[in-house]
Design a protein. Structure first.
Length: 394
């Protein structure tokens, strides 16, 4: 019996997700704090709730690591900033659904002080709660998001009794998310959109939860917006770190990645003679390498201990350096086999050489390649860059 990966992640985190969606106040707080910080009074105005009603929910979100308080205002943590936009996107997909027979278009009172996303949530609260608070309805949408299924097949996977299954599938049909054709059930276009939104949220939730400490301890400012938006592609990544018995574990792991690569794409503002030698060896063996570096590192490459190394690599046309003025606040390497990424610590100053994420999953490699291409598009060749430097500096 084939079960989709997203369905398995829901099996693992479904109870936590349901708990998150169970409180409308909790959701309103998360939605209100997207891209901003608010005082408690401002949160009361945005969510339409009293101080006392908010207090317990704020405390819960703080304990969950999704909200923090700083200088008298509340803001999303790194984990919260990854999850809240996914909730907003999922909520917006309900707004694309036409009102079904017997439905009321408004789930509650709407205030002019609410942000647009809160207005959408308030308007579609009834069906949002019905679907996202129900494990059975969510599972049906996730399964049908993969392919149409028969009644027997759906019941077999979900493990639902016949009366319960009929009641649940009828709810989804009545609100226009599922249709029955012959002996098979499939998603309507709005249902498919909501299923895609659910998948996106679940993968992001799993990535955030699996590596929560990593995201909280590091700055996400080095990742382009599109990379943050697709962070769920790192679902099959692994956290590696140095240990007291193997202090150079991340470094040796990185050298192994380079050693088995048939091509290397990288983005960095950090230099390492050992890494330079490893890359030089792959280049000499005929493997193409493209690196995007910061202006400071580009200048440093023409100084010791790199001068001779760069000069030796210059004879190989498949070794290319590019220089970008886009701030580089990460270390990224993506090859045909591996992804490796390191970030700055939360202070935004200290580059963390001791911890990183690695993956061999195709989705993660594609994610890393998109980041590399983004920096490459905003770069010039190192020859062009050096030619633009005044003689006294170069």
């Amino acid at each position: 019996m084939e079960i989709t990966p997203v369905f398995l992640w829901y099996d693992k985190y479904g109870a936590e997700v349901q708990k998150l969606f169970f409180s409308s106040i909790t959701l309103k707080i998360l939605l209100a704090l997207i891209d901003t910080s608010l005082s408690k009074a401002e949160l009361c105005t945005q969510t339409g709730n009293t101080h006392s009603a908010l207090q317990a929910k704020i405390r819960h979100l703080e304990e969950a690591g999704l909200v923090r308080r700083s200088k008298g205002a509340y803001a999303l943590t790194a984990a919260g900033s990854l999850l809240a936009p996914k909730i907003a996107s999922l909520v917006a997909r309900f707004a694309e659904k036409p009102v079904g027979a017997g439905e009321t278009p408004c789930g509650g009172a709407i205030s002019d002080t609410m942000s647009p996303v809160l207005m959408v949530y308030q308007e579609h609260m009834k069906e949002i709660h019905m679907v996202l608070r129900s494990s059975a309805l969510t599972r049906i949408l996730l399964l049908l998001g993969e392919k149409p299924m028969t009644r027997h097949r759906l019941r077999e996977i979900i493990g639902s009794s016949s009366p319960n299954f009929r009641a649940n599938i009828k709810k989804l049909i009545d609100i226009g998310l599922v249709r029955e054709e012959g002996y098979r059930f499939s998603l309507t276009p709005p249902g498919n959109g909501i299923a895609r939104g659910l998948e996106d949220f679940l993968l992001t939730y799993a990535v955030v939860t699996e590596h929560r400490a990593f995201w909280e301890e590091h700055s996400l400012g080095g990742l382009p917006a599109f990379a943050l938006d697709t962070i769920g592609d790192l679902i099959d990544s692994e956290l590696i770190h140095n240990t007291p018995v193997d202090y150079f574990y991340t470094y040796s792991s990185y050298l192994d990645i380079i050693a088995r690569a048939n091509h290397v794409h990288g983005v960095t503002n950090q230099g390492s003679p050992g890494v330079a030698d490893a890359i030089g060896k792959r280049v000499a063996e005929g493997n193409p390498v493209e690196l995007v570096v910061s202006p400071d590192l580009a200048l440093h490459l023409y100084e010791e201990p790199y001068t001779d190394r760069v000069r030796a690599l210059a004879v190989y046309p498949h070794m290319q350096f590019y220089v970008t003025n886009v701030p580089i606040s990460l270390g990224l390497t993506v090859t045909d086999n591996d992804l490796s990424i390191k970030l700055y610590l939360a202070d935004g100053i200290t580059y963390d050489i001791q911890n990183g994420l690695v993956s061999t999953a195709p989705e993660a490699l594609a994610w890393g390649e998109r980041i590399f291409q983004y920096y490459k598009r905003h770069a010039v060749t190192i020859e062009e860059f050096m030619g633009s430097i005044p003689a006294e500096r170069s």
